[in-house]
Design a protein around this ligand. Structure first.
Ligand code: F6R
Ligand code: MG
Ligand code: MG
Length: 381
C-alpha cells in the first residue's frame, strides 16, 4: 500500500506566553481532523504538542503537497485560532500569515514535513518536533544518523546501508537546493550544513534503492514574513529499521546535546534538550529549546502510537548536560556567542534600534580598510 505521511505544524496561540498550548486548542484540532478520518479523506490523524506549537500527523493517499490535506490542516489551525482568540491566548493565529488558504500551506506560515512511500511489512517511523529553534537544528543529528558510522553502526553492519545516503540541502536564503551523496561527498555536505544560519537538510534518501528515509520542515518564518515572527520550531520524520537506521541509532544523537539557534526571542544559542511529551514546555529564559520524539508503527496507514521515546531515564544525563550547557551560555547574558551574531539578528527587531542610533554616529577613526581576500593573498598551489 502506497501512503503519504504528512506532518503540518503551526503556533496559533501560546498558553501562557510562548510556553505551551492550551488543551482546548488541542481538542479543537483533534475533533476537526477526526471528522476527516471519519469521512475517509484521511486514513488516520494524531496531534502532537511541543512548547507553543501543535503538529498534525496525518496518513492518507493523496500524495505530498495535496491541496486537500494542506487545506484540512489550515482549517484546523483556523478553528484553533478562533478558540485562541476567545481565550485571548498569546499570539493567537500568529503562524497563519495569510487570511485565505490558496492551495498549499507552504510559504503561508505553517511548517510541513511529508513523505510518500510503499508501506513495508512493518513500518516504524519517528516524528521529531522541536520548539524554540530553527530547521537547521536537524542538520547535526541527520548527519549522525545517516552518515556517521560512529553513531549509526548500521552504516557498517547492514549491507542495505553500505551505499550510504543522499542528502538534499536547502539554501534557505536563495531557495535553491543541492543533493550530496555520502560517503563520497561527506565533506562537501559538512561544509554546507555546518553553516546553520543558512543551510538546512530537507530530505534524506537511501542510495541503494532511492527510498525516502527522512524529511524535515525547512520554512523560515522570518524570511517569509520579512520581520521577526518567531523561530520556525521544526518537525522531522525519520523511517526506522530494516535497511534504515535502527530506532536507537536515530535517537542516539540526542543523547549528547548540542547547541542550536533559537531560545529567548529566537536570538540566542542554546542546548537542544530531549524531553518527554509532558516536559515539552519551555520555561527558563523561554527555553531551553526542547525536542520530543513520537514513535509510531504504521499499519495499513493507521498510526499505532505514539510512543514517547524520550520519556526514558537513558536521556536523563542528556537533560542534565543540557542544563549545564544552559547555565554556561546564560552566564554570557546579552553577549555573543550566547546572543546570535548581528547578521542573524537582521530579521528581528534589533535593526529598529540600530536605526534609531544611526544619526548619532560620528567619525572617530579612519574607517577600516576592506579586508584582503585571503585566497588572493596566499599562494595556493
Ligand atoms: C522565541 C519565543 C519567545 C518570544 C519572547 C518575546 O521563539 O517565542 O522567546 O520571542 O517571549 O515574545 P513577545 O515579543 O511576543 O513579547
Ligand atoms: Mg510562539
Ligand atoms: Mg514555538
Amino acid at each position: 500500500m502506497r501512503i503519504t505521511l504528512s506532518v503540518i505544524k503551526a503556533d496559533v496561540g501560546g498558553y501562557v506566553g510562548h510556553s505551551a498550548v492550551h488543551p482546548q486548542l488541542v481538542e479543537t484540532i483533534k475533533e476537526f481532523v477526526g471528522e476527516e478520518v471519519k469521512k475517509g479523506i484521511l486514513i488516520d490523524a494524531d496531534v502532537l504538542v511541543c512548547g507553543d506549537d501543535t503538529a498534525i500527523v496525518m496518513t492518507h493517499t493523496h500524495g505530498v503537497d495535496s491541496e486537500i490535506v494542506h487545506g484540512i490542516a489550515w482549517r484546523a489551525f483556523e478553528k484553533a485560532t478562533e478558540v485562541a482568540k476567545k481565550l485571548k491566548l498569546y499570539g493567537a493565529g500568529q503562524d497563519l500569515l495569510s487570511t485565505a488558504f490558496s492551495g498549499n500551506v507552504k510559504g503561508m506560515g505553517p511548517g510541513v514535513a511529508e513523505m510518500e512511500f510503499e508501506e513495508r511489512p512493518s513500518e516504524p517511523v519517528i516524528v521529531f518536533f522541536a520548539d524554540k529553534t530553527a530547521p537547521s537544528a536537524w542538520n547535526l543529528p541527520l548527519y549522525e544518523m545517516f552518515a556517521d558510522p560512529m553513531v549509526c553502526a548500521g552504516l557498517v553492519i547492514d549491507p542495505k546501508m553500505h551505499d550510504g545516503f543522499t542528502f538534499e540541502v536547502l539554501d534557505t536564503y536563495t531557495g535553491k537546493a543541492v543533493k550530496l551523496s555520502t560517503p563520497s561527498e561527506l565533506y562537501e555536505l559538512l561544509a554546507l550544513i555546518g553553516t546553520v544560519e543558512r543551510y538546512a537538510i530537507r530530505s534524506v534518501w537511501r542510495n541503494n534503492d532511492g527510498e525516502i528515509a527522512a524529511v524535515a520542515s525547512t520554512q523560515r518564518l522570518s524570511l517569509i514574513a520579512g520581520k521577526y515572527v518567531g523561530k520556525d520550531d521544526p518537525v522531522m520524520v525519520v523511517r526506522a529499521q530494516a535497511g534504515f537506521p535502527a530506532v536507537g541509532e536515530i535517537l542516539e544523537p540526542f543523547a549528547r546535546p548540542w547547541i542550536v539557534e533559537g531560545w529567548m526571542r529566537g536570538s540566542h544559542n542554546g542546548p537542544l534538550m530531549p524531553v518527554s511529551f509532558k516536559n515539552a514546555t519551555p520555561t527558563r529564559f523561554d527555553g531551553p529549546p526542547r525536542v520530543i520524539a513520537a514513535g509510531y508503527q504504521i499499519a495499513e496507514g493507521k498510526l499505532i502510537g505514539p510512543r514517547d521515546l524520550f520519556d526514558d531515564p537513558a536521556f536523563d544525563k542528556a537533560r542534565e548536560q543540557a542544563q549545564l550547557m544552559a547555565d554556561m551560555l546564560r552566564r554570557q547574558g546579552i553577549f555573543e556567542p550566547h546572543r546570535l551574531p548581528s547578521e542573524e539578528m537582521e530579521y528581528t527587531t534589533l535593526p529598529k534600534i540600530l536605526k534609531k542610533l544611526e544619526e548619532r554616529f560620528y567619525e572617530l577613526e579612519a574607517p577600516r580598510k576592506a579586508v584582503e581576500d585571503p585566497v588572493e593573498k596566499h599562494d595556493i598551489d
